[in-house]
Design a protein around this ligand. Structure first.
Ligand code: SF4
Length: 218
């Protein structure tokens, strides 16, 4: 079921209320270096954060440089990430991406959307994640499954396409909030607007949300 779209003023009010309600919202995967972050972001697709965070300590201890990954073989790397979904494919992608970083950027992870998204295995979501969290560069909004779900429920976007949703959110929200809004929406999804049964009765935006009280999980 598609929610009614909020007008821009109400959409902005709703997002400001959520930002105010989750002041500590932050990126959820553990990392120390830009390389760690890129790898964690690649393996996080369709995998819970807790699972990613449980495999990365041993992975980051074994693989410390781009070369370590580029020179690795898929089977060995897949063993380190076997608890995440599609570990074989992800191992292959990590190696391919790191080889491309070696070949085209001298082993340095690029700092622009254009260069990052030209790498195999890196889409806009991962590129935004790396730019924001490793370099403090804000070009857009990382759109993950929580952002997709809540943007539809709250009436912030009519689209299911991550790039359209990103554009819609960027139109609504001031640029200074772009770097945290994805983590704010995720925090709200985990705490109140839960995947199966949103707890609308205690929701701080229920007066404006078009989905207030509707029980469908979409
Ligand atoms: S919990 Fe209910 S009222 Fe709050 S954002 Fe989710 S669907 Fe809307």
């Amino acid at each position: 079921m598609q929610s009614k779209l909020l007008n821009n003023d109400d959409a902005r009010k709703v997002l400001h209320k959520l930002i105010e309600s989750y002041p500590d919202a932050h990126y959820y995967l553990n990392f120390k270096t830009d390389l760690d972050l890129m790898v964690a972001a690649i393996i996080s697709a369709q995998t819970r954060d807790e699972v990613v965070n449980s495999v990365t300590p041993a992975l980051f201890k074994r693989y410390k440089t781009i070369n370590d990954y580029a020179d690795s073989n898929e089977k060995e790397l897949a063993v380190y990430i076997r608890k995440v979904s599609f570990s074989g494919n992800k191992a292959k992608n990590i190696i391919k991406t790191c080889k491309a970083v070696m070949d085209t950027h001298g082993g340095k992870i690029p700092k622009s959307m254009k260069d990052l998204t030209a790498l195999p295995g890196i889409g806009r979501k991962t590129a935004n994640t790396i730019l924001i969290n490793a370099y403090g560069i804000v070009e857009g909004i990382p759109v993950d499954t929580w952002v997709i779900k809540l943007s539809g429920r709250i009436g912030l976007s009519k689209s299911n396409n991550p790039e359209d949703i990103e554009q819609d959110l960027m139109q609504i929200l001031e640029r200074r909030y772009w770097k945290t809004i994805a983590y704010v929406l995720k925090s709200h999804g985990k705490a109140i607007c839960q995947s199966q049964i949103p707890i609308c009765s205690i929701c701080m935006i229920n007066k404006l949300c078009p989905r207030n009280g509707v029980t469908s999980s979409r």
